[in-house]
Design a protein around this ligand. Structure first.
Ligand SMILES: NC(=O)c1ccc[n+]([C@@H]2O[C@H](COP(=O)([O-])OP(=O)(O)OC[C@H]3O[C@@H](n4cnc5c(N)ncnc54)[C@H](OP(=O)(O)O)[C@@H]3O)[C@@H](O)[C@H]2O)c1
Length: 346
């Protein structure tokens, strides 16, 4: 039960498997100047949270112990000094950075957006990170055009499904989606050419089905040696977005040698080779972008697309926040098709 004096949140108590996640209680929050307090309804789980919990997210994660959670939806319960843009009781979504796995969170107003009454809190919590990442790559950096051919890895996941919807909204041509075999029907039902990540060579499939040309955009969150293959699948003028290191994770337990090995065997790209081939590589980390005005512009464009039903977040599952360890295991087991959320309503 939500209390008048205390609130509960999830804490990463030490680096390790999902059971290092504990529920703790603390005093209710008071917003600082320029912030609002949000009574969280749902918090999105991102793959990066798993990497932070494993202690392999590097300097981009705060020191443990801390509360993870990049994104939430909920209702504003308190307004900090100097805030004129919001009122108590408004329905919002927010990019929190950390601290989202919590009944309450304080967020600077620039990172908060209002959501329409017909948008569910679940959809709103599923959107900020995944859609923003996909939009930033395909639209802001990639300038995606009608007819462009797109290759998406982890196509059934959070960013994957967001990228498919955004690419389609901008009139993309063929979209190739790589995922585990159990997700074939799910991916095909989104109108995507499914590629089995276990049995098929995605470079060969893509080259064959584009008459040898390759794709305009390749979204690669796998990292390591895999980037070289994604680079190969580009056509002349194509763009590769390197935005993750899922291959650094070998399971729910810490196994640093895998992460280290993947890091050491990551390819080095030569600018001369890129000039000769007319190919581009973008490194993307949404958490380190300092331009909050750009972020706001992008998130507002996405809220508009959401309100106009041009995008519609796919929710795989919702776990009560006390079952957060089960939710992390679910993603480690590669079971999710769409976004996994934590429920803080009760
Ligand atoms: N740079 C950024 O700013 C940014 C922002 C958001 C996300 N990302 C990255 O984008 C990727 C997707 O993120 P997401 O939050 O949307 O997660 P997600 O795709 O929903 O993550 C789960 C899926 O990833 C695939 N996967 C690949 N390697 C895995 C492993 N070692 N363990 C478990 N699953 C693995 C599985 O799908 P299949 O089995 O079908 O492959 C799994 O179902 C992650 O690498 C994440 O770090 C980067």
């Amino acid at each position: 039960m939500f209390s008048d004096v205390c609130m509960r949140k999830v804490l990463i108590t030490k680096a390790g498997p999902p059971n290092v996640l504990k529920i703790v209680e603390e005093e209710k929050l008071v917003p600082n100047r320029g912030e609002v307090t949000i009574r969280v309804h749902f918090a999105g789980i991102n793959f990066a949270d798993l990497m932070m919990r494993l202690g392999i997210y590097g300097k981009q994660a705060p020191p443990i112990p801390f509360t993870p959670g990049y994104e939430v939806s909920g209702i504003i319960t308190s307004i900090g000094e100097g805030v004129t843009e919001f009122e108590k009781g408004q329905r919002v979504a927010a990019l929190t950075g950390i601290n989202g796995y919590s009944e309450e969170v304080n967020v600077p107003v620039k990172q908060v957006v209002r959501i329409g009454d017909d948008i569910s809190f679940e959809s709103a919590a599923a959107m900020p990170v995944t859609y923003l990442t996909a939009y930033h790559m395909l639209v802001e950096l990639g300038n995606i055009k009608a007819g462009d051919v797109v290759l998406i890895h982890h196509a059934a996941g959070g960013v994957g499904t967001a990228a498919i919807q955004i690419a389609k909204a901008f009139g993309a041509g063929t979209i190739f989606g790589v995922a585990s075999p159990s997700k074939k029907d799910f991916v095909e039902n989104m109108g995507v050419r499914f590629i089995d990540r276990e049995k098929e060579d995605f470079v060969m499939v893509v080259k064959k089905e584009t008459n040898g040309a390759g794709v305009h955009h390749a979204l690669d969150p796998v990292g390591g040696k895999h980037l070289k293959k994604s680079f190969k699948s580009l056509r002349s003028g194509g763009k590769l977005y390197a935005f993750g290191g899922s291959s650094f994770v070998s399971g729910p337990k810490i196994f640093k040698p895998t992460a280290l090995w993947r890091l050491l065997t990551s390819p080095k790209f030569s600018p001369l080779n890129m000039i000769g081939k007319n190919k581009a590589i973008f490194g993307v980390h949404m958490g380190t972008i300092k331009d909050m005005d750009l972020m706001r512009e992008e998130i507002e464009a996405l809220v508009l697309m959401l309100n106009e039903k041009k995008i519609d977040p796919i929710i795989d599952s919702v776990f009560h926040f006390e079952d957060v360890a089960k939710a992390h295991f679910h993603i480690h087991d590669r079971k999710n098709k769409g976004k996994v959320l934590l429920d803080f309503t009760n």
